[in-house]
Design a protein. Structure first.
Lengths: 193, 127
């Protein structure tokens, strides 16, 4: 099972039967209300919560799409040599996976997923060496970890919070590996902020 | 009953209590690293640019796709409004696209604001 999405649970218009049928997931407040027979209250709450959650996910999706483009610029720069190039492509693949699942989830929640921009702006004039590219990637990954850390407490749906935390963990690993490749302490502190 | 002088003093004390403390630019730069998944100083990304922030009306960077909530917020960015927003963005502007829980530590917010003010006077922001 995907760690993230079961469409019927997240869609505001999902039926009680489909909701109950997927009993393997943690129950949100809305789900508990549904099971208790408070369908109208649950439906109202679910729609509002879903809108808020979709908004948070869309911001995350925008950042993921930019990260994919950033790794593409790095990969095509000619500055990355193996194994750094392989790392960059692997991490780009992770971001693509994040973006795919975020996009699907936003749609399930009734939102409209943002699309990749036609053009992204990156500080390419400052990227002259492999270390510059890896350092830029590390900066983006650290920012992404902080962004997810700031988003996790805001989700109304605890399954989405769990999923965001899963992505956070992946991006924290990216950051640590990139720091290690740069000869820096891979995990510089006990806590992320 | 308060005299005029006492009222002035009381008002001054109240203002001091609400004032954003002086921040440390270097510490603020470290705090700003948390913003770098979405923001840059000089250009728009997932979030809008921060050059030109102070004195700018929220939701007014031309061409940036703000949320309706931010466009309608009527906020003018300054030390005080930034401090309030950064403490809890979704509370100050419900519906903002900035899905971030905020920076609860007042000193960290002051440091970040000090860094943003410093950066706004730098060459990167065309100064």
């Amino acid at each position: 099972m995907s760690f993230l999405i079961q469409a019927q649970e997240l869609a505001p218009g999902g039926t009680r039967r489909s909701f109950i049928g997927k009993s393997g997931l943690l129950l949100s407040g809305a789900a508990i209300a549904l099971l208790a027979g408070q369908d109208a209250l649950a439906a109202k709450g679910a729609a509002s919560d879903a809108t808020s959650d979709a908004r948070i996910l869309n911001t995350a999706l925008g950042a993921e799409l930019e990260a994919i483009a950033a790794y593409q610029v790095g990969a095509e720069s000619g500055l990355l040599q193996k194994p750094a190039l392989d790392l960059a492509l692997t991490f780009q693949g992770h971001h693509k996976a994040h973006a795919d699942i975020l996009s699907q989830t936003i749609a399930k929640l009734g939102g409209k997923p943002v699309s990749a921009k036609k053009e992204y702006r990156f500080p390419t004039d400052k990227l002259k060496t492999q270390a510059d590219v890896l350092g830029f990637a590390a900066m983006l990954e650290k920012g992404a970890v902080s962004a997810y850390l700031g988003a996790v407490p805001l989700f109304d749906n605890r399954d989405l919070a769990k999923a965001a935390a899963s992505i956070l963990g992946d991006e924290a690993m990216h950051w640590a590996v990139l720091r290690n490749a740069l000869g820096q302490a891979p995990v510089p502190s006990a806590f992320m902020v | 009953m308060l005299t005029g002088a006492a009222l002035v003093l009381a008002a001054g004390l109240a203002a001091a209590k609400d004032a954003v403390p002086a921040g440390d630019v270097r510490a603020g730069e470290a705090v700003y690293s948390r913003c770098l998944a979405c923001h840059a100083l000089a250009y728009d990304r997932t979030g809008p640019r921060h050059c030109g922030l102070f004195g700018r009306r929220a939701g007014s960077v031309k061409g940036f796709p703000y949320s309706e909530a931010m466009k309608r917020s009527n906020i003018i960015w300054n030390e005080k409004t930034l401090d309030l927003f950064l403490a809890n963005p979704t509370k100050m502007v419900p519906g903002t696209a900035m899905g971030y829980a905020g920076i609860p530590d007042k000193k960290e917010r002051a440091d970040l604001i000090a860094y943003l003010k410093h950066a706004n006077e730098s060459a990167e922001c065309g100064k």
